[in-house]
Design a protein around this ligand. Sequence first.
Ligand SMILES: *Cc1c(COP(=O)(O)O)cnc(C)c1O
Length: 380
Amino acid sequence: MTETLRQTFNRPVIMGNELHYMAEAIAGEKLSGDGPFTKRCHSLLEHELGVQKALLTTSCTHALEIMALLLDIRPGDEVIIPSFTFVSTVNAFVLRGAKPVFADVRLDTLNLDESKLESLVTPHTKAIVPVHYAGVGCEMDAILEIAIRRGVRVVEDNAHGLFGRYKGKYLGTFGALAAQSFHETKNFTCGEGGALLINDPALAERAEIIREKGTNRSRFFRGQVDKYTWVDIGSSYLPSDVLAAFLYAQLENREKIQSHRQKVWVTYQAGLTGWAARHEVQLPFIPVYCEQAYHMFYLLLPTLDIRQAFIAHLRQRGIHSVFHYLPLHLSDMGLQFGGRPGDCPVTERVSDQLVRLPFHNALTEDDQQVIIEAILEFDF
Ligand SMILES: *Cc1c(COP(=O)(O)O)cnc(C)c1O
């Protein structure tokens, strides 16, 4: 165990074959997108998750931007998004002119509060974007029921939730589309990267076109058309095959990565449950029908002041813990869209209370014991 391991909140996982596969991609002289390693990542995701189509992208942010294009989001459209999420979830739709409508989250899972969802739907609502916070599934039955009845599309931001399940079904397979992230801070990474999962077959061909600069290049390479040309709007959303090679080394080790993360999560839970109960600290809640993706371990401390003192206490012991999202409806941009204090009370509260513990694949049990002991020494 080293100081730096504990000091670091996140370390990207390295499984061993990354350099080997990258060398293979380079030796194969296919460095641009949609090469052999990209195809291997696509078919692994498609077979493993049972999705119609998976397309690697340069980031989750870009996968979300493709979604907004595929849904034909236009000025005047409204998109319902939890206030407790990363900026990209909302930016992708605002870029197309949409008005974000911020939803509050549940206090137990910190996921979109389905009980308050229906009152946010208007005739202008085009999409609902659930975010599976910490890789724990949102209440998809209720969300889909409302969406279908009100004629609104559901698209998932599944940046935290790859290989997590809700009622036995993989996260990312519920909405018409889902976005994955392979950023350095996520369970599986290639530095910067993402994927678009397509569950509605009617959107598959246009997704390929938008991702390929608005051309029918993919159809051309499959021999379905005899020349390729400009057919729609689009951009360049393909990652280099060298990055796909790096990613493939991680995806093929998904069970090892996830079982280590599960162990880290369970060790924190076992070590902190008694202390948390004595101090009215809330630990993550996992509904019995959710198999979480083990993306993070967080604590909700009673107040902002206690949370700040807790972070300082751990810092003094060389341990790096961090807070998370600030309410989007109260950000500079959120205020311009009419956000007001009190709009999303749970989001406002948990944003002040939440702290994330170091969580990565290089954490050993010894590291975690040191972290847990330091937490148990924090009395308040
Ligand atoms: C990380 C993250 C993103 C953005 O992912 P990038 O791959 O960095 O673009 C979007 N949404 C959520 C919820 C995230 O955690």
